[in-house]
Design a protein around this ligand. Structure first.
Ligand SMILES: C[S@@+](CC[C@H](N)C(=O)[O-])C[C@H]1O[C@@H](n2cnc3c(N)ncnc32)[C@H](O)[C@@H]1O
Length: 251
């Protein structure tokens, strides 16, 4: 039987990996890497360095494939993501079929935690459901960017007894109730600008946990312009950006 290890690697700090993740790295015969193009070369390099530094107990190899690009959203964002996942499924299936022998273990290094805004588990489940490949898989949890953000800002995620909502920028609600905490990820359009004038506080971070970490916090109305400026400068400098933020009313 082939085994796939879906390993959460944390959100940017090389020491985010858990001991469970390090043990999993040392079970792999092969690591599957998905090349996301020159702009995101750094993310591939992080994975390569982690393997070189931590998978020291046995020989292993890399198998690399180009990551399919998401097409234009057109009328449907979920439709575009479903098509992307179908393309990724094909790439994954080929890797499992052509680059793993029976009895081997493959490691897939997932940014943050595999359960949060990541398609790997859905893709593996779809491959199994289609019945074209047979394998076992295990999931090793990782530190999410949400945890990295709150740790860097030294702030609790929730108010006492309050609820937490996580959403992509495009689904940020128009109002946030007192006591609720709202985390926003995958926001290319600075959706926080829509919530100015409500007395909210924001804790924003980019490349959190990494050496390039940027943090801004304060009353949203006071710091929104600064976040827009810092974010744009960083995006231009790096060629890509990963940022998240927490919003709530001051207690
Ligand atoms: C495709 S999702 C992956 C989330 C990941 N699985 C996790 O557990 O955090 C990518 C989004 O996560 C957030 N993100 C990931 N790493 C981050 C970091 N180091 N700093 C800030 N935000 C980050 C950003 O909102 C980015 O758009």
């Amino acid at each position: 039987m082939k085994t796939i290890l879906v390993i959460g690697i944390g959100a940017g700090h090389p020491d985010h990996l858990t001991l469970q993740a390090v043990k999993a790295l040392n079970r792999a015969d092969v690591f599957f890497l998905f090349d996301k193009g020159p702009a995101k070369q750094g993310l591939g390099d992080v994975r390569r360095e982690l393997c070189a530094r931590l998978a020291t107990e046995r020989p292993w190899r890399f198998v690399e494939a180009s990551n399919p690009e998401r097409g234009p959203d057109g009328n449907s964002y979920t439709g575009a993501v479903r098509q992307l996942n179908a393309d990724k499924q094909q790439v994954f299936e080929d890797m499992i079929a052509q680059h793993m022998a029976d009895g081997e273990c493959a490691g897939v290094l997932v940014w943050g935690d595999p359960a949060l805004y990541d398609s790997t588990l859905r893709i593996l489940q779809a491959i199994l459901a289609d019945g074209r490949q047979v394998f076992d898989y295990e999931v090793i949890p990782g530190i999410t960017s949400v945890q990295a953000l709150t740790a860097s800002h030294k702030v609790p995620l929730n108010e006492i007894g309050g609820s937490v909502q996580i959403s992509p920028g495009r689904q940020l609600p128009a109002r946030i109730e007192a006591g609720d905490s709202q985390v926003v990820m995958l926001d290319a359009h600075q959706a926080f600008n829509r919530l100015r004038g409500q007395g909210l506080h924001i804790w924003w971070g980019a490349y959190v946990g990494s050496a390039d970490e940027l943090l801004v916090a304060g009353p949203l109305d006071d710091v929104a312009d600064e976040i827009v400026r810092v974010r744009e400068q960083a995006r231009v400098r790096h060629g890509w950006i990963m940022d998240s933020y927490l919003l709530r009313h001051p207690s």
